[in-house]
Design a binder for this molecule. Structure first.
Ligand SMILES: [Zn+2]
Length: 240
């Protein structure tokens, strides 16, 4: 990780992570948490453990928040505070917690907001500790997360991109996804990266969705980001 200028203007500088740095850190973090709470890493990570992870590192988690006053399609919000000793707080749209058919979306939203808490909270804390010339003019803007950017956001907004990538990294641990794909390609004698619309891609997507209890769409995004599938026409080798 290194620091670069923050062109969004939120901070003077912001952290730049390579994707594999996020993978490594998220895998280490979820594995340690699961060992501490459950004795070993259990996959899929139980949804209740995802709530407990947020409760450990945030000041509050409201899984039944009424976000209807927010802009349309906001599924999660992370609030940051001017008091540097107060940790961030997370609000999840109640419709996700109340409807078991939306549990996969709940899981990606919980992990997305957790990434904001864990990786972006320290930036806000530092900002809150920095003396201001006009302190009354400064307030912390909440991060409001649009449904369409929970699992995958454009790279224009670094904070959403990181949280989108991080939610996949927390739920679908890189080494476990690669192991699953590795076994699949050996069994089927594949030499090239399956194309995203192929039968092999559909089967891999199904297996990843089942193994990690995520939506097929979140599985597809993760497989693409780990270069286990391709959306290009060119023949590409597998990354391992
Ligand atoms: Zn977000």
């Amino acid at each position: 990780m290194r620091y670069v200028h923050d062109v969004t203007g939120r901070f003077k500088f912001r952290p730049y992570y390579e994707a594999d740095e996020i993978d490594t850190e998220c895998e280490r973090l979820i594995t340690a948490f699961m060992r501490e709470r459950c004795g070993s890493l259990v996959l899929p990570v139980p949804t209740d453990m995802l709530r407990k992870l947020i409760e450990r590192d945030a000041s509050d988690l409201d899984p039944y928040a009424d976000l209807s006053d927010e802009e349309a399609f906001i599924d999660g919000v992370t609030d940051f505070f001017m008091d540097p000793d107060r940790k961030p707080a997370v609000r999840i749209a109640k419709g996700l917690s109340e409807d078991s058919r939306r549990e996969t979306r709940l899981r990606t939203t919980l992990t997305h907001e957790y990434f904001h808490v864990k990786f972006h909270g320290p930036l806000y804390e530092l900002e809150a500790r920095t003396p201001k010339l006009f302190p009354e003019m400064k307030r912390m803007m909440p991060v409001k997360c649009h449904r369409d950017s929970i699992a995958s956001a454009a790279s224009a907004d670094w904070m959403e991109w990181q949280a989108g990538y991080g939610c996949g990294a927390l739920l679908m641990l890189a080494s476990h996804v690669r192991q699953l794909v590795g076994e699949y390609v050996r069994r089927h004698g594949l030499l090239l990266r399956p194309r995203v619309n192929s039968a092999h891609a559909a089967e891999l997507q199904r297996q990843v969705a089942e193994e990690f209890f995520v939506s097929p769409e979140a599985a597809r995004v993760r497989l693409l980001k780990l270069n286990c599938l391709t959306d290009q026409q060119a023949d590409l080798p597998l990354p391992f």
